[in-house]
Design a protein around this ligand. Structure first.
Ligand SMILES: Nc1ncnc2c1ncn2[C@@H]1O[C@H](COP(=O)(O)OP(=O)(O)O)[C@@H](O)[C@H]1O
Ligand SMILES: [Mg+2]
Length: 230
């Protein structure tokens, strides 16, 4: 990836992570609205430190990924998705997304808000399913070609509260229907990842109302903007 004069690649990748119903989709929309309404996006564009704002997600951030997402979330019930199969489908989705969406936009200087990325694979397939975590690290490295997030916002909410919110949303996909202890292992995974990578992963208290969650995210982003674009 090309480097600019400051020795960093152009563009920034901000990832939203957390268990089902923690508020990722809601907060990506709120962040997009805030960046636009506050004038921050236009200001950063005028300073030519950023090009566009791009909203995307995993799985499903590309046309191929949409088909993989459908398989992952609604696999045919009579053909159970095995754990390694699931892991590899997520990796395939990621490789396509990195090469055709994330890297091209970052090279042009975009600010990307991405719903889930590598930490979800570690939390769900590593901690949740119990697959070998070294495999997952290696597979994440293959799928991303080494592209890491600049910042990951971990929306931390109790699993029961998150699942209750997701229930209200109506549709119940394959992952939401998994057992509570699976989701609790996933949550433990996010906890350990955040402790292990305090620079990259910032915890947000996502149990509060949406406006209070947004407020925390805005504060974190403003601090990062200062260090990134100063
Ligand atoms: N802070 C919050 N407090 C209460 N309900 C919320 C909050 N954030 C989101 N919701 C609601 O909970 C449900 C799940 O939120 P969503 O953003 O879809 O979560 P995710 O994308 O992480 O699964 C939605 O119906 C949403 O409107
Ligand atoms: Mg969502």
């Amino acid at each position: 990836m090309p480097e600019n004069m400051l020795g960093t690649r152009p563009g920034k990748l901000i990832v939203f992570e957390g268990v089902e119903g923690c508020g990722k989709t809601t907060q990506i929309q709120q962040t997009q609205g805030w960046l636009t309404a506050s004038g921050w996006l236009v200001a950063l564009q005028q300073q030519q430190v950023l090009s566009d704002l791009v909203i995307t997600r995993e799985p499903g951030g590309t046309p191929l990924g949409q088909a993989l997402r459908q398989l992952l979330l609604h696999a045919p019930p009579d053909d159970m998705l095995h754990d390694r199969t699931e892991l590899l489908l997520y990796a395939a989705d990621r490789a396509q997304h990195v090469d055709t969406v994330l890297k091209p936009h970052l090279e042009k200087g975009a600010l990307i808000l991405c719903d889930r990325y590598t930490d979800s694979t570690m939390a769900y397939q590593g901690y949740g399913r119990g697959l070998d975590r070294q495999w997952i690290e290696q597979l994440n490295a293959i799928a991303t070609g080494g592209l890491q997030s600049d910042l990951t916002l971990w929306l931390d909410v109790d699993v029961e509260l998150g699942l209750a919110r997701a229930q209200q949303r109506g549709r119940h996909d394959r992952i939401e229907q998994a057992q509570l202890d699976f989701h609790q292992r996933v949550q433990q995974g996010f906890r350990e990842l955040a402790a292990a990578h305090p620079e990259r992963i910032v915890r947000i208290d996502a149990s509060l109302d949406p406006a209070a969650v947004s407020q925390q995210i805005q504060e974190v982003l403003l601090r990062r903007f200062e260090s990134w674009f100063r």
